[in-house]
Design a protein around this ligand. Structure first.
Ligand SMILES: [Fe+2]
Length: 312
């Protein structure tokens, strides 16, 4: 994902803009939190106005909606705060509306916002990962299973897990008094939004309610602390391995080198195999022969093109 490092950013510091993109419904106001300028993928705080109405239709790329305040009607279902929707590319949404208005987080993961009026899924839609759940009432907190583990007191509710990429979307909390005295980085991009509460990081200071970051791979973050606790939503575009260490001065390049050295130690056959292939080699997955697994083009995953082709 070619988004720049944005950290810290607080959406309360900027005003809403009226959504005027061609094809998008009326009655939406937005604040851009981060954007991929290559493909238009964007994360936004969205205020659906009272009286908002959207006919049935789909988005050409993967979309996630999290309701923070108010209510959003999704067909016959009234989605109140804590409700989470995962909409695969081309998944037809029923008519949507909001009587009282709704404050949401909206993620367009792999391409620009789009809306095509339709009663049916796009032909290329794979809807198996569709999810609609109230994350506050319908899911339990679990100790997080990240590896290596964070300090105790950081709990998760998994909202979406991509079994191919291991990318995930999750609600997380830090309990009051949480602290962790090491530094972390990952091999994937990581984004998060504070629904409520303050937390502190050594590099970026205090992130309050409405705080947000988009953090590319290999960037140091931590130590961490939260005096009164936080509730937040996070998302990654790949496997969230915690590369912990204690060197506050290591650069992203040095962090990537260290991660590569670890991979060479832990999976030497695969590391050697990759090194000995041509630079332009795109690995082929015989179980998923239609996937075009090119990390240089990974941003285009899960986008349905208007001509009906599906990438990958
Ligand atoms: Fe992290």
């Amino acid at each position: 994902m070619a988004r720049p490092h944005i950290e810290p950013f607080v959406d309360r510091d900027v005003g809403f803009k009226k959504m005027t993109m061609a094809g998008m419904p009326n009655g939406m106001q937005y604040k851009t939190l981060s954007m991929d300028t290559d493909n238009g993928a964007v994360t936004m705080t969205v205020q659906y106005d009272a009286g908002f109405k959207q006919p049935p239709g789909f988005c050409y790329n993967e979309m996630e909606i999290f309701v923070q305040e108010g209510s959003l009607k999704y067909g016959d279902q009234v989605c109140v705060k804590g409700h989470y929707l995962f909409l695969p590319a081309g998944k037809a949404m029923p008519a949507m509306s909001s009587d009282e208005g709704a404050l949401c987080l909206v993620f367009y993961n792999n391409g620009a916002p789009s809306f095509e009026e339709s009663d049916a899924n796009h032909d290329a839609c794979d809807e198996k990962n569709f999810a609609s759940v109230n994350s506050y009432d319908g899911l339990d907190w679990t100790g997080n299973a990240l590896f290596p583990a964070t300090a105790p007191g950081c709990l998760l509710k998994m909202l979406h897990y991509d079994e191919k990429t291991h990318g995930m979307t999750f609600l997380y909390c830090m309990v009051p008094g949480f602290w962790q005295d090491n530094i972390s980085y990952h091999d994937c991009a990581e984004e998060a939004y504070h629904i409520w509460g303050d937390s502190w990081m050594m590099q970026f200071g205090t992130l309050p309610t409405g705080g947000y970051f988009w953090r590319p791979a290999y960037i140091n973050h931590g130590c961490f602390a939260s005096e009164r606790g936080i509730l937040a939503i996070g998302r990654t575009d790949g496997d969230l391995h915690n590369h912990f260490h204690h060197d506050p001065y290591s650069s992203p390049q040095e962090n990537a080198e260290r991660a590569a050295a670890r991979l060479a130690r832990q999976k030497p056959a695969m590391y050697k195999w990759i090194l000995t292939q041509d630079h332009n080699h795109v690995p082929h997955d015989f179980e998923n022969p239609h996937d075009h697994v090119d990390p240089m083009e990974a941003d285009t995953a899960q986008v349905i093109q208007p001509d009906g082709s599906h990438w990958p």
